[in-house]
Design a protein around this ligand. Structure first.
Ligand code: SF4
Length: 64
């Protein structure tokens, strides 16, 4: 599983890295960065799906 961040949509609200620091961290420019780019644990997958669902900019896409 991979997570794609569309930086043309993201406006750095921070929900993803504040709510799911196990998956995201804040990058140098304020955009999120994925800590795990290749996930296979169900729990992490679930958290990534939650992050994508609550992203106000719909900037997170999961490649399952
Ligand atoms: S929740 Fe969405 S808009 Fe906010 S920082 Fe993360 S990717 Fe960007």
């Amino acid at each position: 599983m991979k997570i794609h961040i569309d930086k043309t949509k993201c406006y750095m609200s921070g929900e993803c890295y504040y709510n799911h620091p196990e998956i995201f961290k804040m990058g140098d420019e304020g955009y999120p960065e994925v800590i795990y780019s290749d996930l296979d644990k169900n729990e992490i997958k679930q958290h990534a799906q939650e992050a994508a669902e609550v992203c106000p900019a719909t900037a997170l896409k999961l490649e399952l």
